[in-house]
Ligand binder design. Structure first.
Ligand code: AMP
Length: 216
């Protein structure tokens, strides 16, 4: 099953992708996580990506597409994958379509999580994540609160607020989303694979709604 999660930053793509990945036993591929991992390990890619990420801008397509093309050909993707945060531009979507078409494949489901800018800004202010395992938490949403405040349930690492979740950067990321990523809604609608779900549902409810789409 090849799935793309679409939606503004903070719409809940990562949370849903991680649940779906566990449920269907297919990898959750987050380009944001891959970049952050590279930044942590101070790789060349990480150094290049950081400058864009800190500004709330997108990392250039050529750096991003190659990375995803390599990743989806790994053995663990043989039964499919859940892409979270990719594609984010029309050229990225075209590169993915082209790559999959080489083996007569395509993206089967695009789940578009729909949520207003006001809700996003509010949600991002409480988002926290584990710098070690990337698990996402929230200071307010009950289902996403860690068992012990400020600490990752999985590995005990102190949770952090991502630099790019600070309010000024969130506004920039939203503007970039509307300008460069939102056109993908039309792109995938035209391909007949788009499913829009409200990103404001409670987490379990949203997961059930998405599952109903995927098992159809
Ligand atoms: P995310 O964790 O998906 O919100 O991504 C964090 C940041 O990583 C974004 O604001 C971008 O700077 C960068 N990024 C992640 N995915 C992509 C992508 N597909 N294309 C370009 N930049 C990306």
């Amino acid at each position: 099953m090849k799935v793309v999660m679409l939606g503004a930053p903070g719409a809940g793509k990562g949370t849903m992708a991680s649940r779906l990945s566990a449920h269907y036993n297919i990898p959750h591929i987050s380009t944001g996580d891959i970049f952050r991992e590279n930044i942590k390990n101070q790789t060349e890619l990480g150094k290049k990506a950081k400058a864009y990420m800190d500004e709330g801008q997108l990392v250039p397509d050529e750096l991003t597409c190659n990375l995803v093309v390599d990743r989806i050909h790994k053995e663990d993707c043989k039964d499919g994958f859940i892409l979270d945060g990719f594609p984010r531009t029309i050229p990225q979507a075209e590169a993915l379509t082209k790559e999959l078409a080489k083996t007569d494949e395509k993206v089967e489901y695009v789940i578009n999580l729909d949520i207003s800018d006001e809700d996003i800004v509010e949600r991002m202010s409480g988002r926290r994540s584990c710098p070690k395992c990337n698990k996402i938490y929230h200071t307010v949403t009950p289902a996403l609160r860690p068992k012990v405040e400020g600490v990752c349930d999985e590995d005990g690492t102190e949770l952090v607020m991502r630099d790019d979740d600070k309010p000024e950067t969130v506004m920039k990321r939203l503007a970039v989303y509307h300008e460069q990523t939102e056109p993908l809604v039309g792109y995938y609608k035209e391909q007949g694979v788009l499913h829009t779900v409200s990103g404001k549902n409670a987490i379990d409810e949203e997961f059930d709604l998405i599952n109903k789409i995927l098992v159809k």
